[in-house]
Design a protein around this ligand. Structure first.
Ligand code: FMN
Length: 208
């Protein structure tokens, strides 16, 4: 019986969002195939995600060296650590997110900053940072209107690549991915591109 965390980084409804379509299709199929798993949904557009500001940073730092935190520092450190603990407790994690302005939504970036804590998800060594999260299976569901898998825009893809690099930094090197791309660039093929992605998400959900 696995503990599975579903993270949705888009506030649009499924009718208007490809990544949310992938998310819902994955969730529906996964739940049907794994009825005894514990599923937790985290909607980052509904969540309380204060910016990673100086007070939060100072709180997390003081905590790491055993100093006393102010009330505000303690409150903000607790927010970040709550999300971090939830992530660490999951056996499997599914993350659905769009490419926006070549990157990811600010809510998702803030969330990933919470997770990125030395001594928790990675550690510093003389040879460079080493990931500490080695017991987790991850699926990434991503949608991007242009074409980035190949061609002149490939270097501009800082959505899926960013998330994969952060996960690698945590020690998670083998996420499985479903990507729908090009449905704006090649608009006359949009329906087929999206349908193929939704089918791939359903199939992956049944084997994940
Ligand atoms: C705010 C915003 C920024 C976007 N920026 C880009 C972009 O830089 N490159 C691109 O190819 N598509 C861009 N798009 C199109 C999205 O990648 C496309 O709509 C994709 O399907 C987003 O996922 P969603 O359908 O789940 O919202 C953008 C869309 C929005 C709403």
């Amino acid at each position: 019986m696995a503990n599975v965390l579903f993270i949705k980084a888009n506030g649009l409804p499924a009718e208007r969002s490809v990544s949310v379509k992938l998310y819902e299709e994955f969730l529906k199929n996964y739940t049907a195939s794994n009825p005894s798993d514990t599923i937790t949904e985290l909607d980052l557009f509904q969540a309380d995600l204060p910016y990673y500001d100086a007070t939060m940073m100072s709180g997390l730092y003081k905590e790491s060296i055993g100093e006393t935190l102010t009330e505000d520092e303690a409150r903000l450190a607790k927010v970040a650590n709550g999300y971090l603990e939830q992530f660490l407790a999951a056996d499997k994690v599914v993350m659905a997110f769009p490419l926006w302005n070549f990157s990811i939504p600010a809510q998702f970036l803030t969330y990933l900053f919470y997770l990125n804590q030395a001594g928790k998800t990675f550690k510093y060594t003389a040879e460079g940072p080493v990931g500490l999260v080695t017991n987790k299976e991850v699926v990434l569901l991503n949608a991007r209107g242009g074409i980035y898998s190949d061609g002149p825009m490939a270097n501009w893809e800082m959505s899926l690549n960013y998330v994969k690099n952060i996960l690698t930094h945590f020690g998670i090197t083998n996420p499985q991915t479903v990507v729908v791309e090009g449905h704006h660039a090649v608009a006359d093929q949009a329906q087929d591109l999206i349908a193929a992605g939704v089918e791939k998400a359903a199939n992956l959900a049944n084997t994940f």
